[in-house]
Design a protein around this ligand. Structure first.
Ligand code: 6LW
Length: 520
């Protein structure tokens, strides 16, 4: 029985999952996109359906002055205890570590409960004796990382004990992603090390006591692809473990699909994969055994096609999609930059209206008129018509621009758009790579409407103006310059729909959206 990784494609990093009421729930990090922390449900752990977001209100998620790629919401943890769901996370731009809870997984989550503990990647551990522990990473004065723990009051978030270091890991840099579990009388302390790049890995240690001493698993790193340089799936690390209702064990984790060229790069962000877990002598082993080394306590690898070592029923996966305004639901698919001004967006059954403001995407304090969906596959064909309000309705002297943006961050994006200058309308494109910001030659349009087409493959984006007769290539540029290796940060490419106007008066109407993709 085989399934394909990643199971969640596009920017869905730092997964955490829990089992509850016969189903499984998963969350991922979202940085400065709003709403925050997508929430998925699954019946079989292979197919995940988004049912909402945990952070849907400004009171839960303040994102002012946060950069898209490195600010806002870092790795979350989801836990289910005593009928209640908890989601604990860090807003690095604002409140720090906090958690929210809900008794209805399909409903709203509580306001944030702050926890006065430093570090990122917080996790909760509910021990058998009713005590609740808060775990995060931390650094000593020399910069050496460790995992730290304190006891908290889960009603109030108040600390009941000081932070105590638990484990310094196995020697990799950036110790993070800690989770504590209790299985078969052992406490298991999981982490990720090596940094969320090509050397990423998962390690764990066990102890009969909550606070150690911990005995590292002899197979550490228990999951890594750091030795698989030529393989497409890279950066396997940062994950969480769950036992399924059929008794099988599973691990979710992040990894990314590199473009197989030296030097490698990736631009779709870190994605979510699943791995089978097997147990032997109270140690667990994750993923596909490297050269059958499990017998000799070797490590596991994260593969694109996973052969299950046990029986488990799941639905056939389907990675083909055709997205349009009809089937994209406003609640789950659309993300804004920082806290949106909702009055500037109207989602119709077959259109999207975006009211321009004078805030450009370079404005980090506020939220520009921009709303986007993730790019989920290397090969995509995108088309959309953009109509900018006619000259009469736009304030005199204003310069308005609206279009589609292949958006990695505010300094790395490729745009194709209409501009209004005086009473005239033009089609134009822009390749923005850091300070290298180049506008192409503009083409005068006969009206205030244009249809744009984008062809994407692993290496290149092509941006076309589609006329009745022709497809006119306005720009093409390498995917590499929108990659994490170039742009930095933690996110992946989005398809953005935006509008900007020096006088905040223009309105853009997007229609006939088609995003088509076929993948194994
Ligand atoms: C996250 C950390 C990491 O908090 O990257 O890969 C950070 N792991 O655990 C941001 O996603």
């Amino acid at each position: 029985m085989k399934f394909h990784n990643p199971v969640l494609r596009g920017m869905y990093p730092d997964p955490s999952m829990c089992a509850a009421n016969g189903k499984y729930y998963m969350v991922c990090s979202t940085f400065s996109y709003f709403p925050g922390v997508p929430l998925f449900e699954s019946d079989d752990l292979i197919n995940w359906k988004q049912i909402g977001h945990c952070l849907t209100r400004k009171s839960q998620l303040l994102l002012e002055n946060s950069s898209i790629t490195g600010g806002g919401i870092y790795a979350p943890t989801i836990r289910f205890n005593n009928g209640r769901f908890y989601m604990v996370v860090t807003n690095v731009s604002n409140i720090g570590n906090f958690y929210v809870w809900t008794d209805d997984i399909y409903g709203e989550w509580s306001d944030p409960i702050k926890v006065e503990q430093d570090g990122i990647d917080p996790s909760l551990f509910f021990d058998d004796d009713g005590k609740v522990y808060f775990i995060s990473n931390g650094n000593d004065k020399t910069g050496r990382g460790y995992i730290q723990i304190s006891q908290i009051d889960i009603e109030t978030g108040k600390k009941l004990s000081e932070n105590e270091p638990l484990w310094y890991g196995t020697g990799g840099r950036y110790i993070e992603a800690p989770h504590m579990y209790k299985f078969n009388g052992y406490y298991y302390l999981l982490n990720a090390e090596g940094g969320t790049e090509y050397g990423h890995m998962v390690n764990y240690a066990r102890s009969k006591n909550l606070k150690g001493p911990f005995e590292p698993c002899p197979a550490n790193p228990v999951l890594t692809n750091r030795n698989l340089g030529g393989y497409q799936l890279q950066g396997a690390g940062h994950g969480d473990i769950v036992q399924a209702t059929d008794g099988t064990w599973w691990f979710c984790h992040l990894a990314f699909r590199q473009i197989d060229k030296y030097m490698p790069f990736h631009h779709l962000g870190r994605e979510t994969c699943m791995e089978p877990v097997i147990w032997k002598d109270d140690w667990f082993y994750i993923g596909t055994p490297c050269c059958s080394l499990f017998d000799k306590q070797g490590y596991g690898e994260a593969l694109l096609e996973v052969e299950l070592p046990f029986e488990h029923k799941f639905e056939q996966q389907n990675f083909n999609y055709h997205k349009n305004f009809q089937n994209l639901t406003t609640k789950n698919d659309w993300n804004y930059l920082r806290n949106p001004h909702k009055e500037n967006y109207e989602f119709g059954i077959d259109f999207l209206k975006v009211k321009a403001t004078n805030k450009t995407i370079k404005n980090l304090e506020d939220s520009p008129s921009w709303v986007g969906i993730r790019q989920c596959a290397f090969e995509e064909e995108i088309s959309c018509q953009v109509e900018l309000s006619k000259s009469e309705t736009v304030s005199k002297g204003s310069t308005a621009e609206s279009g589609l943006s292949l958006f990695m961050d505010e300094n790395h994006h490729y745009d194709i758009f209409i501009t209004k200058e005086g009473n005239d309308f033009y089609a134009n494109s822009r390749i923005c790579v850091g300070q290298a910001d180049s506008l192409k030659e503009k083409l005068k349009l006969a009206s205030n409407k244009a249809t744009f087409k984008i062809l994407a493959n692993a290496y290149c984006y092509q941006l076309f103006l589609q006329t009745e007769k022709d497809m006119i290539l306005l720009s093409q540029a390498d995917t590499r310059y929108l990659s994490s290796e170039v742009a930095g940060g933690f996110t992946g490419v989005y398809l953005g729909f935006y509008a900007v106007d020096s006088n905040s008066s223009a309105v853009a109407t997007f229609t006939n959206l088609n995003v088509v993709h076929k993948e194994k």
